[in-house]
Write a protein that binds this ligand. Structure first.
Ligand SMILES: [Cu+2]
Length: 423
């Protein structure tokens, strides 16, 4: 109701001003005054109003800064975040200086140099020195910003040290899964063709390859017998035989993968990534030890997502078909941050920062930063837990659009999306 009243007042106000302007125009006409004739008093009034507006403008700017100060992100909780904040503040200061100088001059000059009959404007068609100055000054400032920015970027994307903790974040519509290396200290190889309910990240091991081949065999057999014995509509029959063709091609590729795996193991022995997957910890929790460098590997199953940790000030796209990476060193534990924020419910958060579909807004996972000992205990606990298949996540299937891996029309939870991607 209040809003409606305000709206009515505003509309009536605008109408009143319009009517006043109209009255002014008519009286001016009656007095035989031309519209282009502007008296020195008018000029002076407009000049003063430019000053008044300038002051109001800066006052409003100051109010905005102070009012929304506490709505900003809290202190950066990683080494990289501190540097990113420096870079951001550096940019703000440059902007602030340019903003104040240009706007003070704009309003001051408009008020001061109002039209006067006795004054002629200075005509300066060209000035090389001036041109040079205002080209070089911004170029130099930009160069500094770019060099500084590249340095910060390298600090996040350059190779991590060999003893960094490695964690993989796996994105799909619409959740995150984390993968930690097990006791062998290395992450296993992955292949999207192996993705199924038991192996949501497609980790390649001898067992998972055998399991997937057996699964495909069973599906091919049942589809074949359906084709041989059931009476089907022509379109359905066509669809089904296409599907069998896809599954057969998929199987061939997995058999190729098996050969590659065997050759790699024969060549590299224990160092082969195909031997490291069996003990990987696949988990719907994200836990990092404080003050330890972490190398984050990021993959996506379906569309482009983006792993964003606002409190750490880092972000990297998750791109299907490739692994992206970033590194950071968390510096504040969740507990300390709760004290800093005076909020016992506070949690660091991993967000998806790329609009990736209907439930994008809810694609998130809390991050717990703990002490080294707490993290060790958490890892020990995590190793014991069997992985809870992704499909159990409540309400998930409703939000998943057609064409992703939940599309079971292909008869298999993993075939529809991946097979069509390949052909
Ligand atoms: Cu997403």
């Amino acid at each position: 109701m209040m809003k409606l009243l305000i709206l009515i007042v505003v509309v009536l106000g605008i109408l009143a001003v319009a009517q006043l302007a109209r009255v002014y125009e008519l009286t001016a006409k009656l007095r035989g005054k031309r519209e282009e004739d502007i008296s020195p008093a008018d000029n002076r009034f407009n000049g003063r109003m430019m000053w008044v507006f300038g002051i109001a403008y800066f006052a409003f700017f100051l109010w905005l800064v102070l009012h929304y100060k506490d709505k900003m992100l809290p202190v950066a909780a990683s080494e990289q975040g501190v540097e990113t904040d420096w870079l951001m503040d550096f940019n703000w200061w440059i902007l602030l200086v340019a903003f104040v100088i240009t706007n003070v001059l704009l309003f001051w000059f408009s008020g001061k140099y109002i039209y006067s009959k006795d004054r002629r404007a200075y005509w300066q068609p060209h000035n090389n020195k001036l041109e040079l100055a205002w080209t070089i000054a911004p170029a130099a400032v930009l160069a500094v910003i770019i060099i500084y920015g590249l340095q910060s970027w390298n600090n996040i994307t350059s190779p991590a040290s060999p003893d960094a903790l490695v964690v993989e974040l796996y994105a799909r519509q619409f959740d995150w899964t984390a993968r930690y290396p097990g006791n062998d200290g290395g992450l296993g190889a992955t292949d999207f063709r192996l993705i199924n309910g038991n192996n949501p990240l497609g980790i390649v091991t001898k067992e998972s390859v055998a399991e997937r081949i057996a699964e495909l065999d069973a599906e091919i057999n049942s589809a074949d017998s359906l084709l041989a014995h059931a009476i089907l509509a022509a379109t359905k029959e066509h669809e089904l035989s296409e599907q069998v063709g896809r599954m057969r091609r998929n199987k061939t590729r997995i058999i190729n993968l098996r050969t590659i795996m065997e050759l790699d193991i024969a060549e590299k022995g224990e160092a082969s990534p195909y031997l490291h997957g069996a003990d990987d910890i696949v988990i719907k929790e994200f836990n990092l030890p404080v003050r330890k460098e972490v190398k984050i590997l990021i993959r996506s199953q379906d569309v482009i997502h983006s792993a964003y940790l606002p409190h750490m000030r880092i972000q990297m796209n998750a791109v299907p078909g490739m692994t992206t990476t970033m590194k950071m060193v968390p510096t504040i534990t969740t507990d300390s941050m709760r004290t800093i924020m005076a909020d016992q419910e506070f949690n660091f958060i991993l967000l998806c920062n790329k609009i990736c579909g209907a439930s994008h807004y809810n694609m998130q996972m809390p991050l717990v930063v703990s002490t080294a000992d707490e993290h060790k205990a958490w890892m020990a606990e995590a190793m014991k837990k069997p992985f809870r298949p992704m499909a159990e996540k409540e309400g998930d299937d409703k939000a998943t659009p057609i064409g992703t891996t939940n599309d079971t029309a292909g008869g298999c939870a993993c075939d529809g999306g991946s097979a069509s991607l390949d052909e």
